[in-house]
Design a binder for this molecule. Structure first.
Ligand code: GDP
Length: 455
C-alpha cells in the first residue's frame, strides 16, 4: 500500500562526516523547506537550484546550521514526488537536530528503502532497477558495479519485457478462440502460438544460463588459504593484499586465528580467509584455530592449499591433503625459488596446480587468473551490453515461468483452451514478478526492508 504522506530520513551514513544530507519526500516537502530554511538570497527556494542559507528552529528562532538546500518539484525527482534535500554539516548531532526539526513539521520518519520504493510505485523505475540501486551501494568489485549499473539502466528489464510480449502474443491468440467457442484451433495459429512460446522459452533459457556467473560477480567468492605452518600462507596473503595485514613470522603456528579480507581479482570480489597452520598440536589455542580452519573448508567456494615445495611431502601435508577430499582446491606450490623437493601423491585431487614464490610475488598473477577462471565462464565483466541474471529471486521467477510454458506445450495436444490460457497467464504472472508488475505487497516489503534507511 502507498500512503501519500511526507517522509524524511538522513541519507548519508551514520557517524561524523563532512556533509550530512536530510532527504524529505512528499507533498509537504516545499512547506518544510520554507519553514526551516532561510536562504541568503531573496528568491527563496527555486526548483532544481541549490541555495545557500541557514536552518532555523522555527519555534525558538535559534540558528541550527549553515546549509545548502535543494528543492526538486515533482515529477522531476528521485521519488517523482516533491523532494527537499538539506545539506548541513556532517556532525551526527547537527544532522539529528535537523532531522528532528523536519519531523516536528508533521513529517514521518522513512522506512528502509522507502524513497526507492516510492520511485518504484510511481513508475520511475521497476523492481529490477530498484534492486540494482541496492546492488550499486553494496558492490565490492568493478564487475559487480558494472553489472548493477547495467541493470539499473534497464538492460535486464528490456529483456524481461520482450519475453512478456511473446507470451502476451500467444495468450491473445488463445483467448481469441475462447471468445469464439465454435472454432477449432487452426493449424496456422497453433504454429504461431508455438513459435511465440518457443521464442519466450529460448530467451528465458539464455538468461538462466547467465545466472551462475552473474551471481558470482554480484556476491563474490570466498577463498580459504590452508597449509602447514611455514608453508607461506601469510606471505601469500600479504602478496595478495599488498599490505602487512597478517603477521609473517619464522615461528611455526603463529597465525592462530582466521584472517579475513576482501580483494579484487580482475573485477571479481574475493573474500580471502587465512587460517591457522594446520598441524597436530597440544596447544589449545592453536588447536582451536586448526579446528576452525578445517570447519571452514567445506564452506569456502575454493581452497588454496599451500605447500612448501622446498620440503618433502610431510605428515602435516598429508593431514591437509586428506581433509581436502572432494573439495574444490588449487594446489599452490610455494618457494619455487629454492631447491625443489616436494612430490604430491596424486595430482588429480586438485582442479589446478600453480607454482609461486610468495616472497617475490612470482606466479601470483597466474594464481589470481586461475582462481577467476574457475568461476567465470564468459568474459562478461568486460562487456557492457551483456544482459545478466544475478539474483535468485529473478532466477526463481523465470524457472517458474518456464515450467508453466512447458506445461502449456504439453497441453497443446489436447486443445483445452481454458487450461492453455491459464498456463500462459500463470507464466505471465511469473515473468511480471521480476520487474514487479505482479509483485505483491509482501514481496515488496521483503525486498525494500533490506535497503538502508534514507535510500
Ligand atoms: P605461514 O606459517 O604458512 O603463514 O608461512 P609464512 O608466510 O609466515 O612464511 C614462513 C617462512 O617462509 C617465512 O620465513 C617466509 O619468509 C618464508 N617464505 C614464504 N614464501 C617464501 C618464498 O616464496 N620463498 C622463500 N625462499 N621463502 C618464503
Amino acid at each position: 500500500m502507498y500512503i501519500r504522506d511526507t517522509i524524511a530520513a538522513v541519507s548519508t551514513p551514520p557517524g561524523n562526516g563532512g556533509i550530512g544530507i536530510i532527504r524529505v519526500s512528499g507533498v509537504q516537502a516545499a512547506v518544510v523547506g520554507h519553514t526551516l530554511f532561510k536562504p541568503v538570497s531573496n528568491g527563496g527556494l527555486v526548483s532544481h537550484r541549490f541555495s545557500f542559507g541557514t536552518i532555523i528552529d522555527f519555534a525558538t528562532g535559534e540558528k541550527i546550521d549553515e546549509a545548502m538546500a535543494v528543492y526538486m518539484q515533482a515529477p522531476r525527482s528521485y521519488t517523482r514526488e516533491d523532494v527537499l534535500e538539506l545539506h548541513c554539516h556532517g556532525g551526527w548531532l547537527v544532522v539529528e537536530r535537523v532531522l528532528a526539526l523536519v519531523l516536528s513539521c508533521g513529517v514521518r520518519l522513512a522506512d528502509p528503502g522507502e524513497f526507492t520504493r516510492r520511485a518504484f510505485l510511481n513508475g520511475r523505475i521497476d523492481l529490477v532497477q530498484a534492486e540494482a540501486v541496492m546492488d550499486i551501494i553494496a558492490s565490492k568489485s568493478e564487475g559487480a558495479l558494472q553489472l548493477a549499473q547495467r541493470q539499473r539502466e534497464g538492460t535486464l528489464s528490456v529483456r524481461i519485457e520482450e519475453i512478456r510480449r511473446y507470451v502476451v502474443r500467444a495468450l491473445a491468440l488463445v483467448e481469441a478462440y475462447i471468445d469464439f467457442p465454435d472454432d477449432d484451433l487452426g493449424e496456422t495459429d497453433v504454429a504461431a502460438i508455438s513459435a511465440s512460446v518457443v521464442d519466450a522459452r529460448n530467451m528465458i533459457a539464455s538468461l538462466l544460463n547467465t545466472y551462475e556467473d552473474g551471481r558470482i560477480i554480484r556476491e563474490g567468492i570466498s577463498v580459504l588459504i590452508v597449509g602447514k605452518p611455514n608453508a607461506g600462507k601469510s606471505s601469500l596473503l600479504n602478496m595478495l593484499l599488498n599490505e602487512n595485514r597478517a603477521i609473517v613470522t619464522h615461528i611455526p603456528g603463529t597465525t592462530r586465528d582466521i584472517i579475513e579480507e576482501t580483494v579484487n581479482f580482475g573485477g571479481l570480489a574475493v573474500r580471502l580467509l587465512d587460517t591457522a597452520g594446520i598441524r597436530q598440536t597440544d596447544d589449545i589455542v592453536e588447536q582451536e584455530g586448526i579446528n576452525r580452519a578445517l570447519g571452514k573448508i567445506s564452506q569456502a567456494d575454493l581452497v588454496l592449499a599451500v605447500f612448501d615445495s622446498s620440503r618433502e611431502f610431510s605428515r602435516e601435508d598429508q593431514l591437509i591433503y586428506d581433509a581436502l577430499d572432494g573439495i574444490k582446491t588449487i594446489a599452490v606450490l610455494n618457494k619455487t625459488d629454492l631447491v625443489q623437493q616436494l612430490v604430491l601423491p596424486d595430482d588429480d585431487r586438485f582442479v589446478s596446480i600453480v607454482r609461486i614464490a610468495a616472497l617475490s610475488g612470482a606466479g601470483v598473477d597466474v594464481l589470481k587468473h586461475t582462481v577467476c577462471s574457475q568461476f567465470l565462464h564468459t568474459s562478461q565483466t568486460d562487456s557492457r551490453e551483456l544482459v545478466t541474471l544475478s539474483r535468485a529471486r529473478h532466477r526463481d521467477a523465470l524457472v517458474s515461468a518456464d515450467q508453466f510454458l512447458n506445461k502449456f506445450v504439453d497441453g497443446l495436444q489436447d486443445r483445452n483452451l481454458e487450461l492453455l490460457a491459464l498456463d500462459l497467464r500463470s507464466a505471465l504472472q511469473a515473468v511480471g514478478a521480476v520487474t514487479g508488475q505482479t509483485a505483491t505487497d509482501e514481496v515488496l516489503d521483503l525486498i525494500f526492508s533490506s535497503f538502508c534507511i534514507g535510500k
